[in-house]
Design a protein around this ligand. Structure first.
Ligand code: GLP
Length: 261
């Protein structure tokens, strides 16, 4: 795992946007794994800026979502499909028909989950999977206790996550769906590159547990330690709980120029 400590959230977003742009430019049919939440928004807006300047085209790319709420009306603005269209896809030239998300309205939800896992394989796998991290260490919507080998499935959100996400629902926790479909941790691990971004003091504890704690279902993000190519991009505030912060800084500063993130 590589840990990049950027001076602030803007610099962290730039690092992430640069990695995604490189994947889009270098592959003939890139598959981007997109995350929701507030953490990736800075990177998304940098990608939109690059597209507007004529420096980035995603017309040949596909995108897959990590997770989706169950039970929201199909046109609800906080459905993750609507969120990601607003925050990224509609601002670049990625065809909306190439944006994939779990079919949470299927009559047979279990079958829809299996189909989503199959779809990721049929697309040739995810080239880079962007991730945020929840206060309890969740990635996607894999709450603590999630099997490290889990596949796309239905999950029940913890009360704490529903409280956290109430900010997107006019602070009405009762409006935050209780159920979600999320890629499993085993599914996420199949992406070729995992790229997690976290900024701010509230992320310091989950980041310390994910990066330097034991690999455990109690901190789902710790599963990144099992991946051969995982990059954790954080700002100074999110780095305060890391014992090896000095080492990560030194390693990044002296990174060989031929070695990409
Ligand atoms: C939600 C999303 C996660 C995201 C997390 C953190 O629960 N399902 O993918 O990482 O929120 O959100 P934020 O980035 O807003 O802190």
């Amino acid at each position: 795992m590589e840990v990049v400590i950027a001076p602030d959230a803007a610099a962290a977003s730039q690092v992430v946007a640069d990695v995604i742009a490189r994947v889009v430019r270098s592959r003939t049919a890139p598959v981007l794994g997109l995350a929701t939440g507030s953490s990736p928004l800075g990177a998304y807006s940098l990608l939109i800026d690059a597209h507007r300047r004529g420096e980035l085209s995603a017309a040949h790319a596909s995108a897959v979502l990590l997770d989706e709420y169950v039970g929201l009306p199909i046109d609800h603005p906080e459905a993750y499909r609507a969120f990601i269209r607003r925050q990224l896809v509609d601002g670049i030239d990625l065809p909306a028909s190439r944006l994939f998300s779990p079919d949470v309205n299927a009559d047979d939800l279990l079958d829809a989950c299996h189909r989503y896992d199959r779809l990721l394989t049929e697309l040739g796998g995810v080239d880079v999977q962007l991730l945020g991290i929840g206060a309890d260490g969740h990635i996607g919507f894999n709450e603590p206790g999630s099997s490290l080998a889990s596949r796309t499935r239905l999950k029940t959100l913890t009360r704490a996550t529903r409280e956290d996400n109430a900010r997107f629902f006019d602070d009405r926790q009762e409006d935050v769906p209780r159920h979600v479909v999320t890629q499993g941790l085993g599914t996420v691990l199949e992406a070729r590159h995992l790229l997690l971004i976290a900024c701010g003091a509230a992320k310091a504890t989950p980041i310390a547990e994910a990066v330097e704690g034991p690999v455990s279902a109690m901190c789902p993000a710790s599963v990144l330690q099992l991946h051969p190519h995982a990059t954790v991009v954080i700002d100074e505030d999110a780095a305060t709980g890391l014992r090896l912060a000095g080492y990560y800084r030194e390693a990044y500063e002296h990174k060989p120029t031929w070695q990409e993130l």
